[in-house]
Structures are given as structure tokens and as C-alpha cells.
Design a protein around this ligand. Structure first.
Ligand SMILES: *Cc1c(COP(=O)(O)O)cnc(C)c1O
Length: 366
């Protein structure tokens, strides 16, 4: 069986152990004679799955009491609207930080529901850094402050979570949830589409402080009201059952590695290997400022689009897949989420070195 190192930004790699476990259980889950896909979401077997998934996530992220975990659908993009629909109750205004494409989409959507202020932005320099955010910039009357903790396309991440005082902090954590230790108590609400670090697409995880539930207006559609999902234990309607099962397997895998603390160590090592290679490289470089670099998504560029294209193509023939950069940044992007093994990053760096040597030899012969 041939597996590749898949550097896709999402959907992205899943741990092989998780896929094999799913394969083993796919036809006959725990002697039920059924697949998890065929189980009623009200059945005892599925109740065990969703209960265990939540328990593991709470344990991994050390989610304090007073927070609800919701397993819902719609992706992170649905949350761009659901957050303002639910939280803009009191004052009808919120502060946003604009750090890239996903932030922009969140801002655009929120503007449909209230007064949205952009308090900091890195658009002036093509989103290659995370702007400073401090308490003095925040409107104390804002219903919440919204940030994107990791910018999947631009390859930037907050090294420190801004202090927003009493104003609830809402974070789109789609591309770095579970990658490093975070203090959940700093956040009012965290949301993430599953397809980067949690499991297959179709599941969205929301972690919400209980006092932020029940603020939606009367006319809020039931499916978009956090209260609906909170009161029903994410079983108001049929949740993405197979996605929740896969997430549970991923959480078990993370726990078996030693939890987020160990995962973070591995992620830091992986990123360090790649950033170091970029520092050393004579043809490739990171466009991102050193104090804002993501551990998960690492874009890199050369001076020539032909060279970039040749690199992506040759890499693919070596089993290094989906390295083409996002069209807004160009060049390459290596997404090295939790499931990317260190060997994958080493293989990429080895290939980069070989590619560079070949290139230099060709240049000399010219
Ligand atoms: C992938 C991504 C999204 C979009 O997620 P969907 O689940 O496809 O809606 C939003 N924000 C960030 C930071 C992402 O990485």
C-alpha cells in the first residue's frame, strides 16, 4: 500500500492508525452488525461515541467547567454568521482583527448583523505578520472581539493570545486547534472546522462559555442558535455521526501520543526543521515575519514562478503531495498539521536540498 505525504491545507492527512482502526470497524461496529454510518444517532452505541468524544476533547484541551462543547455542521464558514447572530445581542457591535482571507470573510459576514470595527490589520503588508492588539484598542462596549488564531493561507499565527479584558474573545481556531497548549479560559468561544486537525470535513466543533448561550434573538433559526445544540447535547437533529466517530478516534490517537503537550513538542520540531531549511536555502524563503510564523502552515517562495512550478511537480513525483501555494500568496505551502509525521517534513527538506543542488549545478553549466 502506497501512502503519500499530503501537505494539503484541508482536508488534510489523518493519522494512519486512525484510518486503520476505522477500516477495521467499518463493516461491523462492535458486533452491532452495522457500520457507525448506519447507527441511529439515538442508539446506545452512538451515545457512547459522542459522550466519549466530548470527554476526550475536554481532557485534551483541559476545557474548564462552565463551557459547552457542541458538535455541529456547516463548517467554520457557517460560524462567521452564527457568531454575530448569537452574540451581537446587547450592544450590536463587535471588534475584529483582520489577519487574512479567513478573517476578511468573517468580517464581511458579521457586517450583515451589526456594527463591526476592524481594530487592527496586517493587510498593509500582505498579511505577512500578526498586528499588535492590546486592551486599549478594544471598545469596552463591544459584544465580543474576534481573531483568527492561525491564518491557514498566509501562514501566520498569534504567539500570544491578546488580553481582551471583560470583552469575550471569539477565535476561529480551524487550522491550529489541538496543535499546541492553549488556555481555554481566555476565550468566550472557540470554533473550528474539523478537516484540518480533528477529522473529516462535515463536522464543526464549537466550545462556548455558558453565559454566551441564549443571547440569540427570538427570530434566530433553531439550527443557528447555540442554545438549540447546547440543550440537546448536539442531538437536536442528526449530527455528522461518522465525523464525530472519526474525531473520537483522532482524540484517542492524540491521547496515546501523550496529549497536546507532546503533540506541541513534535509540531515545534517539525516547524523548526522546515523553517531552518528555508533560512539555509539559497532559492526558497518564507514570506512571513519571524515573530508571526505558523507551526501548521508554512508558505515559501522562490523568485521564479517557473521554478516554483517545477518544484511542485517534481515533489509530487516523489510522493510529496499538494505543495502548491494558495493563489493569493503563490509559491508553495506545506501544511504540517498534527497528522503529518516528522518523517514527512524530513522527506520534504531532503527533497528541497536535492532540488537546490540540481538547480545550482544547472546554473553553473550555463
Ligand atoms: C479552513 C478554514 C476555514 C473554512 O472552513 P470551512 O469548514 O470550510 O468553512 C475558516 N477559517 C480558517 C482559519 C480555516 O483554516
Amino acid at each position: 500500500m502506497k501512502r503519500v505525504y499530503n501537505f494539503s491545507a484541508g482536508p488534510s492527512m489523518l493519522p494512519l492508525q486512525v484510518l486503520e482502526k476505522a477500516q477495521e470497524e467499518v463493516v461491523n461496529y462492535r458486533n452491532s452488525g452495522m457500520s457507525v454510518m448506519e447507527l441511529s444517532h439515538r442508539s446506545g452505541l452512538f451515545t457512547d461515541i459522542i459522550t466519549e468524544a466530548e470527554k476526550l476533547l475536554r481532557e485534551l484541551m483541559a476545557i474548564p467547567e462552565g463551557y459547552k462543547v457542541l458538535f455541529i455542521q456547516g463548517g467554520a464558514s457557517q460560524q462567521f454568521a452564527t457568531v454575530p447572530m448569537n452574540l451581537l445581542g446587547k450592544n450590536g457591535k463587535a471588534d475584529y482583527v483582520n489577519t487574512g482571507s479567513w478573517s476578511k470573510k468573517a468580517i464581511k459576514e458579521a457586517k450583515k448583523f451589526g456594527t463591526i470595527r476592524v481594530i487592527a490589520s496586517s493587510e498593509d503588508d500582505n498579511f505577512t505578520y500578526i498586528p499588535a492588539v492590546d486592551r486599549s484598542m478594544i471598545d469596552p462596549e463591544a459584544d465580543y472581539v474576534h481573531i483568527t488564531t492561525n491564518n491557514t493561507i498566509e501562514g501566520t499565527a498569534y504567539l500570544e493570545i491578546p488580553d481582551t479584558g471583560d470583552v469575550p474573545l471569539v477565535a476561529d481556531m480551524s487550522s491550529n486547534i489541538l496543535s499546541e497548549e492553549i488556555d481555554v479560559s481566555k476565550f468566550g468561544l472557540i470554533y473550528a472546522g474539523a478537516q484540518k486537525n480533528i477529522g473529516p470535513a462535515g463536522l464543526t466543533v464549537v466550545i462556548i462559555r455558558e453565559d454566551l448561550i441564549g443571547r440569540a434573538p427570538e427570530n434566530c433559526p433553531a439550527m443557528l442558535d447555540y442554545k438549540t445544540h447546547s440543550e440537546s447535547g448536539s442531538l437536536y437533529n442528526t449530527p455528522p455521526t461518522y465525523g464525530i466517530y472519526m474525531a473520537k478516534l483522532v482524540f484517542e490517537w492524540l491521547k496515546s501520543l501523550g496529549g497536546i503537550k507532546e503533540m506541541e513538542k513534535i509540531n515545534r520540531k517539525k516547524a523548526q526543521i522546515l523553517y531552518h531549511a528555508l533560512e539555509e536555502s539559497s532559492i526558497f524563503k518564507s514570506p512571513v515575519r519571524k515573530d508571526s510564523r505558523s507551526l501548521m502552515n508554512i508558505p515559501f517562495v522562490s523568485d521564479s514562478t517557473e521554478l516554483d512550478a517545477a518544484f511542485v511537480k517534481e515533489a509530487q513525483s516523489k510522493g510529496l503531495e499538494t505543495l502548491k501555494g494558495h493563489r493569493s500568496v503563490g509559491g508553495m505551502r506545506a501544511s504540517i498539521y498534527n497528522a503529518m509525521p516528522i518523517e514527512g517534513v524530513q522527506a520534504l527538506v531532503t527533497f528541497m536540498n536535492d532540488f537546490e543542488t540540481n538547480y545550482e549545478q544547472k546554473e553553473e553549466r550555463k
